[in-house]
Design a protein around this ligand. Structure first.
Ligand code: UD1
Length: 377
């Protein structure tokens, strides 16, 4: 029996893991897959909803870490996860994306030597992405995780190039596609049955969908105010368009702290909602006229859905979405954003192509490789 542990902690991890879990289940009982949830995200709306909607079982192990500074959160996960590793002695640990849970679990595994004298092997799903911006906590998480992981599964060609440029052997790198897009394709049909549009009284292509949670945008009052001015531009350029804004807890907190609550309430056609579940969100993404975001995953999902996406960040670690997909990296360049809004509204915005292997079968390819790897080791 091969024992594989997946470590997840924050919202974007869950949809990346779900299709891998389902694929691994096909090999039960030869393969036993256990899910460890660190508890980095703990609100029902940031966590449980996703487990339910993605048809995932309850985590086998819940570490209940919660929020904290980066050091606190990472350290607490490491202390708790080390005990899990000693108890479970897995053959392989899977980590996903770039959150603090990803970094913490990888570091723990790389320092525990098994009887064989080798560390607990780690496979990083969504490896090789680089924003080249070290002010972004996720960039540090990506670099450290990739430098110690044994097997690196990349989602786009740049991922492979970044890793080889950093001196990582090509034999460790696997280009299999994007498991987040596997989830998107699998649940698109089910999401079409969501009644979120009726609840919000909006219709297909009549609205823009916005998400914002990056510290660089929301922890800085000047930038947050700039974003509110972008909302006003949307009002001016397309007066009829609703702005749907499911708000992340971090962003909600900051709006209150910076005393911007009344300014945001004064924006016309703005509908603020609590964080939404997966199916409701997919329904909104696929029905929006366009999306404005600072999320990483949403840049990919909109490219897969061919929905225009304006990314309110200076850079992206997912360049394929801008090179061939529907994404434009706008930062907070107001002129550029206005230009793109006009292009979208006048039907002149690029159409975009879907990257290779974003076909809903990435997990199949990844698991097939994982089985070969575990058989070999
Ligand atoms: C984390 C990830 C980020 C990912 C994002 C998705 C890191 C470094 N960041 O950022 O890459 O894009 O998740 O959401 O791992 N909070 C709640 N309820 C929760 C979780 C958080 O209220 O369930 C509040 C807490 O006050 C916390 C703040 O939101 O301090 C931020 O949460 P945190 O997990 O630190 O980072 P995110 O901004 O969510």
């Amino acid at each position: 029996m091969v024992k594989i542990i997946s470590v997840v902690g924050a919202r974007p991890n869950f949809m990346k893991m779900a299709p891998i879990h389902k694929e691994l289940l096909k090999h039960h009982p030869k393969v036993k897959h256990k899910i460890v949830h660190t508890g980095q995200h703990y609100d029902r709306k940031m966590s449980d909803v996703f487990f339910n909607e993605l048809e995932l079982p309850k985590p086998d192990i819940y570490l209940g870490i919660g929020s904290g500074t980066h050091a606190e959160q990472t350290a607490k996960i490491m202390i708790a996860f080390e005990k899990v590793i000693y108890r479970e002695l897995p053959d392989l640990v899977l980590v996903y994306g770039d959150v603090n849970s990803t970094l913490a679990a990888s570091v723990v595994c790389s320092k525990i030597l098994l009887k064989s004298g080798k560390p607990v092997p780690v496979a990083h799903i969504e490896s090789g992405l680089r924003s080249n911006d070290l002010r972004m906590p996720e960039e540090i998480n990506r670099i450290v995780t990739d430098s110690i992981a044994e097997f690196l599964f990349v989602t786009e060609p740049d991922g492979k190039k970044n890793l080889t440029d950093e001196g990582i052997a090509t034999t460790k790198i696997f280009y299999c596609g994007n498991t987040m897009i596997d989830s998107l394709r699998f649940y698109l049909n089910k999401a079409s049955g969501s009644n979120i549009m009726e609840q919000l009284c909006i219709s297909e292509r009549s609205f823009v969908l916005v998400t914002l949670h990056r510290p660089s945008n929301v922890d800085n009052k000047r930038n947050l105010k700039k974003i509110l001015s972008v909302f006003k531009d949307v009002n001016r350029i397309s007066p009829e368009r609703d702005i749907i804004f499911p708000i992340h807890p971090r962003t909600r907190k900051r709006l209150t702290e910076f005393r911007l609550s009344s300014e945001i309430e004064s924006i016309r056609n703005l509908i603020i909602t609590e964080p939404l579940g997966y199916l409701d969100f997919v329904k909104l993404m696929s029905s929006a006229k366009y999306v404005m975001t600072d999320s990483g995953g949403i840049q990919e999902e909109t490219t897969a859905l061919k929905i225009p996406c304006l990314t309110l960040r200076e850079n992206t670690e997912r360049p394929v979405t801008a090179q061939i997909g529907t994404n434009t990296i706008c930062g907070l360049d107001i002129k550029l954003i206005q230009k793109k809004l006009i292009e979208i509204e006048s039907g002149k915005y690029k159409r975009g192509k879907i990257p290779k292997y974003w076909d809903g079968r990435a997990s199949e390819r990844i698991v097939s490789n994982l089985l070969k790897i575990t058989a070999r080791n």
